[in-house]
Write a new protein. Structure first.
Length: 111
């Protein structure tokens, strides 16, 4: 019985060697194929993400220019209607500066 078991073990080991010799190139090819596929997929994903980020940044940078060109056609505050409460509180010309005063003709001494 022990001899039969030894014979079976030797036969199994020989079969394993034959299988390993037979399947080793196939396994190697599969490993190479999947690694190349993973590299190409990650590059493709990176390209998709980079394109999306570029489109998002472009839209964000173009938005102020779009709003400025759109508002130049129509005034921000319509003069035919009364001012809204926020504008009356802050004033309609909060960021315009005082252009009606003119230049300062006085010279100031350096400290």
């Amino acid at each position: 019985m022990v001899k039969n078991i030894e014979k079976m073990v030797v036969t199994m080991m020989a079969n394993q060697r034959q299988l390993r010799i037979h399947f080793q190139p196939i396994i190697r090819r599969q490993i190479i194929y999947w690694s190349i596929t993973a590299i190409l997929m990650s590059r493709k994903r990176n390209a998709i993400v980079a394109t999306g980020l570029l489109a998002f940044a472009s839209a964000g940078l173009a938005f102020p220019f779009y709003m400025a060109s759109r508002s130049s056609r129509t005034p921000v505050i319509d003069s035919s209607k009364p001012l809204p409460p926020q504008a009356t509180f802050r004033g309609p010309y909060i960021n315009t500066g005082s252009r009606d005063v003119g230049p300062d003709h006085q010279t100031y001494p350096k400290k």
